[in-house]
Write a protein that binds this ligand. Structure first.
Ligand code: ZN
Length: 281
């Protein structure tokens, strides 16, 4: 499942390939599950628009579209009509955005094809259909703070008075966008905090450390992905996502890379959490 660093990597890959291009036409498949806006609304928002920018909001890919008003009678100029339009894609578990040659075979489970003026296709493929496609006329806000941009002060304040375990709070998308299970475990390890501790009981100093470690872990993962961008947006294959060398995640019973103690696993709200009993307090 793509997490924030993978989505960031995909966004960077798309940025190089599709910004400035115009969507000429849109084909939408018959499956309704991935569509969070009506097919008519998607077609209306996408067709004839120029992709101004691609950016990430949490784990969502946001295409900023510049639409054009139909030219008034007797005039030739096509001016942007300044209607904000955003196309938002969430990859879910198995979704992919693929930039391909129109002659490339359409993969099974392709739900949308945007034909670009440059002569390429932008395709959304998703076998399991947990992905989501939607269009918005006002700025899309997935909620929560952006972990790579949030200030230490604001980050620390998020956890004040929260009785839930720190791990659950980190995974709460209403608080922090886009930090998934793997990166939450890895960040807590680096900050020396056990996943089950109550968020409210963690000291300011520890939270400041957690703020740094979350960003460090995400940045390292993004840096790792930089070289493999093409695997996500160009290839039609099923490449797996890159991974940081995990220090705790998925390493139950294996020795801690710092102190040698056996890594432990606990289940929190139905999800596995991994930690070192010695390095994390
Ligand atoms: Zn350790």
């Amino acid at each position: 499942m793509p997490e924030l660093p993978e989505v960031e990597t995909i966004v960077r890959g798309l940025e190089h390939r599709v910004v400035g291009d115009t969507i000429e036409s849109v084909w939408i498949g018959s499956r309704k599950q991935p569509l969070k806006s009506s097919p008519a609304a998607i077609v209306k928002a996408l067709e004839g628009t120029r992709i101004q920018r691609v950016h990430r909001a949490g784990k969502h890919i946001v295409f900023e579209l510049e639409s054009f008003a139909p030219p008034p009678k007797g005039k030739r100029s096509k001016k942007p009509d300044n209607k904000p339009a955003q196309w938002v894609v969430h990859l879910g578990m198995t979704g992919r955005m693929v930039v391909s040659n129109p002659s490339a075979e359409v993969a099974k489970h392709t739900h949308l094809i945007a034909t670009l003026a440059s002569g390429r296709d932008l395709r959304f493929v998703d076998p399991r259909m947990f992905g989501k496609l939607s269009v918005h006329s006002t700025a899309f806000d997935p909620g929560g703070v952006e972990p790579l941009e949030v200030s230490e002060k604001r980050f620390v304040a998020l956890f004040r008075g929260r009785k839930t375990p720190i791990k659950s709070a980190l995974l709460n998308q209403k608080l922090v966008r886009g930090v998934g299970n793997i990166y939450a475990d890895e960040s807590l390890f680096r900050a020396g905090i056990r996943p089950r501790r109550r968020a409210a009981a963690i000291t300011r100093r520890e939270l400041a450390k957690l703020h740094r470690s979350v960003r460090e872990v995400l940045r390292e993962a993004i840096a790792l992905g930089g070289s493999s961008v093409s695997d996500y947006v160009d290839a039609d294959g099923e490449e797996g996502f890159f991974q940081l060398e995990h220090r705790v995640y998925g390493r139950e019973g294996e020795p801690c890379r710092v102190c040698g103690s056996a890594i432990r696993r606990v289940v929190l709200a139905g999800r596995s959490s991994h930690y070192c009993p010695k390095c994390q307090k």
